[in-house]
Each structure stands twice: as structure tokens, then as C-alpha cells.
Design a protein around this ligand. Structure first.
Ligand SMILES: Cc1cc2nc3c(=O)[nH]c(=O)nc-3n(C[C@H](O)[C@H](O)[C@H](O)COP(=O)(O)OP(=O)(O)OC[C@H]3O[C@@H](n4cnc5c(N)ncnc54)[C@H](O)[C@@H]3O)c2cc1C
Length: 448
């Protein structure tokens, strides 16, 4: 592995295919035709070699938690992307692999005629394994490009301990990175190139049918509120900046009002870049306190989560917690729990706590949950399970199965925050030890 520049890593040491017909960009997480460092790098590589560029995006049926909800949301962004790439003169291929009978190894097959592969360097979920697998198979160079956040992940060489350690480092360099993105232009168009690869026609009227044909979890229904794609993300961004941002400093802690951006799922699937959102906020006329509060979340907190999963291979387990959290858990593992609920009871919203049940119900039905109640949601599970590992497993499953923004570095940092990650020790108490404590009583009192 070789770091080529701040955002680009060469993952192998293979020679380029000199008889190549194109450069291949395998779009996995940065699902947009703008503000995308991976796409820009791929265009530059193609232009340097006087080759056209092919963008390939696939959706398989067997990734963890694959359901109607996530499939629908992803498919809702396909048609507009095809149009955006058409305008850029770049051939975009989308393949929906519906079940085990569908063609396999499609990326490796397209790569046979490519000079090199550019892939998304997303530090979480199935993407690192995808990239490792293509490195195994490909006989050409594979470049992984980081278009995750505003600051390149490579700039911070170690895992940061908390927001207070990463914040001053970000602030020192932010002016250099919080600037408009300059998209690149392809020189040789690829729209008429014939590629030996399945291409799925997706449009607003066939999404339901396509999803129904996939071998995925049909019990998790599409969100009735949130629809995928850059256009929908931008619509919400505009509404947020004009109507909500001015009061964000106070409304963000009020789950009963529409007081946050609700952009996390657009950011997770890459329909919007964090840069586009942060710049829209920075350049708005909203009061400074609200802008600062928002930029703290989308820059400091978000970069901290990505830094965590980038540097800590154990990000999906309690092992990644700081030593004080382990110590306090060891001390309190045998504390009596007030009541134990099973995974199933929680999923069916059958606890005694109405606020918790309402939070889970919202998650099940809409695919979204507000940050403020999400913290309480995570904390309460710790006291309703036999041990901390079981609490983590239930939270990971419910968050990632139902939330559109799940399976993200923020998911793991958020869940582990409930166990002390990126936090500090608090006053000692039963079950939680020195982990910060929250109750429905105190949280509920602040809500209407
Ligand atoms: C138990 C638990 C689980 C969580 N799971 C997820 C998850 O699966 N996916 C997810 O994106 N976030 C998760 N979070 C963090 C936070 O709850 C969401 O980012 C936020 O609620 C998204 O709503 P919004 O877009 O309206 O946020 P806004 O308040 O409008 O914030 C703007 C953006 O800043 C970022 N952000 C906000 N809060 C945080 C935070 N605490 N940490 C990191 N980035 C943040 C997000 O990208 C968000 O979209 C979790 C938090 C907890 C406590």
C-alpha cells in the first residue's frame, strides 16, 4: 500500500494494462457525479492516458441488512446519476444483482479491459473487504480514493481520543479544505462504448418491481418520508438552510420539532458531500451561533467518527473502547439489571418505557431517529441486557437494520459513545459504572 497523495492510496503493485480500452471507476459509497475526489481522480487518470472512463455501480442482494428500505433508497438515486453522467460524457453502468442466479464477479470482468481501477476508500462496513477482494483478483493497479469528508483522513496519522483532541487540529487547517470543489472534465467521451456487462434500467416506475424481485429482507419497508438521490438531498438542504438553520442552536435538541438537517442518510450514501452541506451552511445568513453549532457536528463530530473507523480495526466491537470504560464495565458486569428485555421484545417496541418504544417505532417505520433520543435509546439498552456485549450487538443490529444512515462510521462511534467512546468518565453508579447516564425521566421532561 502506498500513499500517493492526501486522498489517494495505491493498494497493490501491479502493472497497468497497456492494451486497455478505458479507466474504471468502481463507485461504491460516493454515489454522486459532483464533489467527488474519487471520480475526479479517475477522470484525471483517464485524461492522462487519453482513455475514456467507465463508472460502474453495483447493488448486490447479500450485504448485511439488505432490505427493501436501503435498496429503494439507493435505486432512487440511479436514474438522475445516469443523466448526470450522460451530460458529462461518461458511460455509467448500474447492475442490480437480484439473487444467486445473477452474474457474479462483474467488477473483475469489466476490469479485464481497464488500465487501472479507482475505488471508494470508505473506512467501514463491507467496503474495506470489497477493496481487499478486488486487489486479490485484479491484474492492474487499484487506487482507493478518500472522498469521505472535508479533511483527508490521511492527515491525522493516529486515532484521536475525543472531539477535544481533533478539534484544534481541524481548526488549524480547515480554511484550506473548506473551499468549493473543482470538478474535472473528461476529454474522451465513453457514452457509445460497448461494455460486456449487465446494465439494469432503473426508473421511478420500476423501482418497486425491481426491489420485490431481489432476494433481500422484504419486511423492512421503504421509508415513507425519505427518498434517495442528490436531488432530494439538495431539496432538503435548501429547506434546512432557509427555514431551520437560523434556530438550529436551540431546535437541534428538540426531537418534537423539525429542527435538524436530517441529511445523515444523504451523506451516508454519498448523494451529498459533507463539503457541499458545510459550505451551504457557512455561506448562509443564519446567526453565527447556529452555523457554528452545525459545523461542529458535520465537521468535528463526523471527522472524528471517520478517523475512528479508519484507524481502529476493532471499530465494530467493545474492544475499541478506552481502558477506563473496560475497567468500569469489569467492575459492574454483575450488577443486577432492573429488567431484561430480549432483542425481539426491543425490536417490537415492547419495553415498559414509552419514550424508548416510540423511538424504536419511529426507527422501524421511517428509517430515521433524532440524535437526542438516539442517545437515550442506546443508553437504556445497556441496563436491559445481561452484559455489555449483548447490548452492543442489539444496538448494532437495530441501528443498522432500520436506520437509513446506519452502517456508517457515525453508527459505530454513536453506539460506542453510549459505552464511553469519545466521552469521559462520569460519576460512578450501578450498571453504567463511570459511563455517562441518561434516563427517560430526565430526557422526557425536556420534550413536548
Ligand atoms: C446510539 C447512536 C447511534 C447513532 N447512529 C448513527 C448512524 O447510524 N448514522 C449517523 O450518521 N449518525 C449516527 N449517530 C449520530 C447522530 O445521531 C446522527 O448523525 C444525527 O442524528 C443525524 O441527524 P441529522 O442529519 O438531522 O443531524 P444534524 O444535527 O443536522 O447534524 C448534521 C450532520 O452532522 C453529523 N453528525 C451529527 N451528530 C453527529 C454525531 N454525534 N457524531 C458524528 N456525526 C454527527 C451527521 O453527518 C449529520 O447529518 C448516532 C448517535 C447515537 C447516539
Amino acid at each position: 500500500m502506498k500513499q500517493i497523495n492526501e486522498r489517494v492510496r495505491l493498494l497493490n503493485e501491479r502493472d497497468e494494462n497497456e492494451k486497455a480500452e478505458y479507466v474504471l471507476y468502481w463507485m461504491q459509497m460516493f454515489k454522486r457525479a459532483h464533489d467527488n475526489h474519487a471520480l475526479k481522480f479517475a477522470i484525471e487518470q483517464a485524461n492522462e492516458r487519453k482513455l475514456p472512463l467507465i463508472v460502474y455501480e453495483g447493488l448486490k442482494f447479500y450485504y448485511p441488512w439488505a432490505s427493501d428500505r436501503f435498496h429503494t433508497y439507493i435505486l432512487e438515486g440511479v436514474e438522475e446519476k445516469r443523466r448526470a453522467f450522460e451530460k458529462l460524457g461518461i458511460k455509467y453502468v448500474f447492475f442490480l444483482q437480484k439473487d444467486k442466479h445473477a452474474p457474479k464477479q462483474v467488477v473483475a470482468k469489466i476490469a479485464e479491459k481497464a488500465a487501472l481501477i479507482v475505488t471508494d476508500d470508505f473506512p467501514c462496513f463491507i467496503i474495506p473487504a470489497h477493496n481487499a477482494a478486488i486487489v486479490e483478483k485484479a491484474k492492474i493497479p487499484v487506487y482507493a480514493v478518500d472522498s469521505n469528508g472535508i479533511i483527508p483522513l490521511s492527515l491525522f496519522e493516529k486515532e484521536e481520543y475525543a472531539a477535544r483532541t481533533i478539534r484544534p487540529k481541524i481548526n488549524k487547517i480547515l480554511d484550506k479544505y473548506l473551499v468549493p470543489f473543482e470538478d474535472a472534465k473528461i476529454k474522451i467521451k465513453s457514452l457509445d462504448l460497448k461494455i460486456d456487462c449487465p446494465d439494469t434500467e432503473v426508473n421511478a416506475s420500476n423501482i418497486k418491481k425491481l426491489v420485490a424481485e431481489c432476494d433481500i429482507d422484504h419486511a423492512v419497508k421503504p421509508s415513507p418520508i425519505y427518498h434517495g438521490g442528490t436531488k432530494n438531498g439538495r431539496k432538503r438542504l435548501k429547506f434546512f438552510v432557509e427555514n431551520i438553520l437560523p434556530d438550529y442552536e436551540t431546535t437541534r435538541n428538540k426531537p418534537e420539532v423539525d429542527g435538524c438537517s436530517r441529511l445523515s442518510s444523504y451523506l451516508h450514501f454519498g448523494f451529498l458531500s459533507a463539503l457541499e452541506v458545510a459550505l451551504a451552511v457557512k455561506e448562509s445568513n443564519a446567526p453565527k451561533a447556529s452555523k457554528d453549532a452545525y459545523l461542529e457536528e458535520i465537521i468535528v463530530r463526523r471527522e472524528l467518527s471517520y478517523n475512528f473507523t479508519h484507524h481502529n480495526a476493532k471499530y465494530d466491537s467493545l474492544e475499541s473502547l478506552p481502558e477506563w470504560a473496560h475497567k468500569t464495565m469489569r467492575k459492574h458486569i454483575k450488577d443486577e439489571r432492573p429488567e431484561i428485555f430480549t432483542h425481539e421484545q426491543m425490536e417490537k417496541c415492547e419495553t415498559y418505557d414509552e419514550l424508548w418504544n416510540a423511538t424504536q417505532r419511529e426507527m422501524n417505520e421511517t428509517g430515521e431517529v433524532h440524535n437526542y433520543v438516539r442517545m437515550l435509546w442506546g443508553k437504556l439498552v445497556i441496563q436491559w441486557t445481561k452484559n455489555y456485549e449483548e447490548a452492543f450487538a442489539i444496538l448494532e443490529d437495530l441501528n443498522n437494520k432500520y436506520c437509513l444512515d446506519g452502517r456508517n462510521p457515525n453508527s459505530y462511534a454513536g453506539i460506542l459513545w453510549c459505552f464511553g467512546k469519545h466521552d469521559r468518565p462520569w460519576m460512578e453508579r450501578e450498571i453504567f459504572g463511570q459511563m455517562r447516564y441518561m434516563t427517560s425521566g430526565s430526557t422526557g421532561k425536556k420534550l413536548d
